[in-house]
Design a protein around this ligand. Structure first.
Ligand code: NDP
Length: 253
């Protein structure tokens, strides 16, 4: 019997798939049976993940793209469709965060966060949605954050927090609008996860990031990946417009 979590015969594109959470998502989707494309700006890091995947028995397609450039989003989607034959799953993962008090945030910093976290996600969703509507369906998984639900401490990150709240509501907007096309749109909202973006080991954050969390720890990227596989797969066929919080209980207290 085929598992409802299986992605055999499916294809997936993961933005920001060359490190951190995106890398774990790419491997998780491949383990579930999908053929996977990753996109990121760094050609060497893309190539390193392709080599690592090959060692594990998976053939990843690497696409070099800066998705804050609208044209490169179009090209990324074209390359993924050409290389994989179709795109059944889009994981909008690439994101950035700037830690600064609001009075010190420059317009450029605000724009940099929103251009990647919201505009690029919007453009990639439209490109993928157009393709999925022609295919007769698909699944988009957005990477939101618990920062879209709470305000992190002790560091301030107003542009990031607002951008992730926007991701959550855009997820719901597209889910409702695209349900008739059999396109499901969901998001995961992780808590603190050990990656380049999030210095979970720095002592000044322990009091708030670790001690305030009911599970008293941070997560590893591999703990978030199975939820992305779930939302990508038929196991979640009646799930759309959902924000799946994966935070060790952080937002429950
Ligand atoms: P990282 O900084 O480790 O990785 C970011 C990824 O995005 C890299 O692969 C990077 O590749 C890619 N990227 C950055 N800018 C661009 C761009 N302009 N065009 C294309 N790709 C780009 O971040 P994380 O793995 O920690 O985060 C991944 C996602 O998870 C983000 O959306 C983040 O907000 C979210 N998240 C993270 C949490 C955490 O605690 N780590 C918690 C909650 C949510 P390259 O540099 O080669 O472009």
């Amino acid at each position: 019997m085929t598992s409802p979590f299986s992605l055999e015969g499916k294809t997936a594109l993961v933005t920001g798939g060359n490190q951190g959470l995106g890398r774990a998502f790419a491997f998780g989707l491949a383990e579930a049976g999908a053929r996977v494309a990753i996109a990121g700006r760094s050609e060497p890091r893309n190539a390193a993940i392709v080599a690592e995947a090959r060692g594990a028995g998976y053939e990843f397609l690497a696409i070099t793209a800066d998705i804050t450039d609208d044209e490169q989003v179009t090209e990324m989607m074209g390359s993924a469709i050409d290389g994989l034959g179709r795109v059944d799953v889009l994981v909008n993962n690439a994101g950035a965060c700037i830690h600064k008090p609001s009075f010190e945030v420059t317009d450029q910093e605000w724009d940099a966060v929103w251009d990647l976290n919201v505009r690029a996600l919007w453009k990639a969703s439209i490109a993928a949605g157009t393709h999925m509507r022609e295919l007769g369906g698909g699944s988009i998984v957005n990477i939101g954050s618990m920062s879209g639900l709470i305000v992190n401490r002790p560091q301030w990150q107003p542009a990031y927090n607002a951008s992730k709240a926007a991701v959550h509501h855009l997820t719901k907007s597209l889910a409702v609008e695209w349900a008739p096309y059999n396109i499901r749109v969901n998001a995961v909202a992780p808590g603190y996860v050990k990656t380049e973006m999030t210095p979970v080991d720095q002592p000044e954050f322990t009091r708030y990031w670790i001690e305030d969390a009911p599970q008293q720890r941070f997560a590893l990227p591999e703990e978030i990946a199975p939820s992305v596989v779930f939302l990508a797969s038929g196991a979640s066929s009646f799930v759309t417009g959902s924000i799946l919080v994966i935070d060790g209980g952080y937002t429950a207290v």
